[in-house]
Design a protein around this ligand. Structure first.
Ligand SMILES: Nc1ncnc2c1ncn2[C@@H]1O[C@H](COP(=O)(O)OP(=O)(O)OP(=O)(O)O)[C@@H](O)[C@H]1O
Ligand SMILES: [Mg+2]
Length: 228
């Protein structure tokens, strides 16, 4: 059998939930409400890449990356930060340009976009939605091509909104189509416990989930994973 992709370790909870990590030939999308742990998972993923000697290209559109949290996750903060190429983005146009011109050197072992849709949400309105949706799809296409051709995993985050009592991802049609793996995060019992649930995957069952806890120095598994 020809192996076309590899799994890249990105820490708890994804390594356990996804049987060894995220696929390096495609986009993994994490969505969930505020405080559900999306940024934590991205930072822990960057930390895992650091431990393996690689670098992360980290596009931050909401000033979400917390230096204080990075300190909690890694004692050797300075070395950790040298492995994170942090790009702060402040407008939809800047995001479009950054993704269009993305330069990915050999030392980059992970690309993070946290979040891919926060500036999209601010930009879109009744008059421009077709154009802005096309621009979002084109960013997904570029990231997807980089993953496929360079074998660099791409981790993106997505906010949610509620429609007729159902929780939906922002830009759900586009954001469901492009990523090969989609994970939903939910708050669980206790202040710091969360669930990570598979919503789309090429080889694992949807509904499989893991409970994890946000701790003072990272993320840790709670119990064993189950199927809903
Ligand atoms: N040291 C810590 N110990 C326990 N919980 C923590 C710690 N640091 C942060 N948290 C918790 O992590 C949560 C924030 O997680 P995170 O920033 O990853 O969420 P998010 O899904 O990215 O949210 P947003 O949509 O607002 O960006 C908060 O509930 C916060 O209380
Ligand atoms: Mg966040």
């Amino acid at each position: 059998m020809k192996i076309l992709f590899m799994k890249v370790k990105v820490g708890i909870p994804l390594d356990i939930l996804l049987d060894g990590g995220i696929d390096n030939d495609s986009i993994t999308n994490i969505y969930g409400p505020a405080g559900s742990g999306k940024t934590n998972i991205c930072m822990v993923a960057a930390h895992e890449i650091f431990k393996e000697g690689g670098k992360t290209l980290y596009i931050d559109t909401e000033a979400n990356f917390s230096f204080e949290r990075a300190h909690q996750i890694e004692n050797d903060f300075d070395s950790f930060m040298k492995s994170v190429i942090l790009k702060n983005i402040y407008s939809w146009k800047e995001q479009r340009d950054t993704i269009k011109k993305l330069q990915v050197s050999d030392e980059i072992k992970l690309i993070v976009v946290d979040s891919l849709v926060s500036l999209y949400r601010l930009e879109i309105n009744n008059n421009n939605y077709q154009e802005i949706n096309n621009q979002l799809a084109s960013q997904y296409a570029i990231l997807s091509k980089i993953a496929r051709e360079k074998k660099i995993p791409v981790l993106v985050t997505n906010q949610i909104y509620s429609s007729e009592g159902k929780i939906e991802m922002t830009s759900r049609f586009i954001s469901r189509y492009w990523p090969k793996t989609i994970i939903e995060l939910k708050k669980s019992k206790g202040d710091n416990n969360r669930l990570a649930i598979i919503r789309k995957h090429r080889s694992l069952s949807e509904g499989k989930y893991i409970e994890f806890e946000i701790t003072n120095n990272g993320l840790k598994q709670v119990g064993k994973f189950k199927i809903f």
